[in-house]
Write a protein that binds this ligand. Structure first.
Ligand code: F3S
Length: 293
């Protein structure tokens, strides 16, 4: 059996940056450390951070003293103000690409555009972007989800960083027929696009795809959807414990990819357990970019 690891599988820049920052603070903690919400959407990493003394909290009010780490998704500025007003310290690990989306949204509103975020309104990143703007912000993935009567003559659109480019293009092409002026900032993170493209390409070449990542991770779920859309059997797992030997019977080539919040150590564990399943067969592990077909 040949196991092919997709390009760009695993931690993205922003998640790695936030996780490294949290771990480095935990080495010599001067005060209790907290993250506002789980640092990343991966239960195993969150558990590891907790073992290092970094606790995830839901509300700023739950903390009397300490340092609060803001995760890569970012938060509305009023949350930072609230933390400081309570006399707590803030370490802001908001991904610079998310920060850029917040700034574009703010700028659009200041220039008189009706701001639309193409994304999921319950996603923490979208909540943070929305909170960075002083006027009303609409959030939708499709034109049907938008309250049409609220569309102004001038509309400015940005995207949730993990959105699929196709989804963004669809909304833009529908909006362009409805409004007089449309300004668009493509805030989709290229890492996401690259990871999605690599997963889709690999899914075309293999008999089975494995997607590793938290079930609460939007970008991991999206990878699963992309692979399934290619018509290949796809399993979503969080850890190596979920692997089943029978999945690999009569399978020649397996593709593996992982979400932006999946650490390397989990990917390695999965690859190693898969290799053990196939000890009687030759297992070849290749990286997609270096793979010859
Ligand atoms: Fe940042 Fe892109 Fe990751 S926006 S958090 S590098 S998916």
């Amino acid at each position: 059996m040949e196991i092919i690891l997709a390009d760009h599988a695993g931690f993205c820049f922003g998640v790695k940056r936030a996780t490294d920052l949290a771990i480095s603070l935990a080495k010599d903690p001067e005060k209790p450390l907290y993250t506002l919400g789980p640092l990343i959407h991966n239960p195993q990493v969150v558990q590891r951070l907790e073992d290092l003394g970094i606790r995830a909290i839901d509300r700023v009010q739950d903390v009397e003293d300490g340092i609060i780490i803001i995760r890569s998704h970012g938060v509305p500025p009023r949350v930072i103000d609230e933390i400081k007003a309570r006399g707590l310290e803030v370490i802001d690990a908001t991904c610079p690409f998310v920060r850029r989306a917040q700034e574009y949204a703010k700028q659009l509103a200041e220039d008189g555009y009706q701001v639309i975020i193409c994304g999921d309104q319950n996603h923490p990143e979208v909540i943070g972007i929305r909170g960075s703007v002083n006027s009303e912000v609409l959030v939708a993935k499709t034109l049907d989800e938008l309250p049409q009567h609220k569309l102004k003559r001038k509309v400015g659109v940005i995207a949730q960083t993990t959105l699929s480019i196709q989804n963004f293009k669809n909304l833009i092409s529908q909006l362009v027929e409805r409004v007089d002026e449309l300004k668009v900032f493509n805030t989709i993170c290229t890492t996401t696009e690259e990871r999605q493209k690599a997963a889709s390409n690999l899914a075309k070449k293999v008999d089975l795809m494995l997607v590793i990542g938290g079930r609460n991770s939007a970008n991991t779920n999206r990878l699963v959807e992309i692979c399934r859309n290619e018509g290949v059997t796809t399993y979503h797992i969080e850890t190596a414990d979920e692997l089943k030997k029978e999945w690999f019977e009569n399978v020649q080539r397996v593709g593996v990819t992982a979400g932006a919040s999946t650490p390397n150590w989990i990917i390695k564990e999965v690859l190693s357990v898969m290799s053990e399943f196939n000890e009687e067969k030759k297992v070849v592990l290749t990286e997609e970019g270096k793979h010859e077909t």
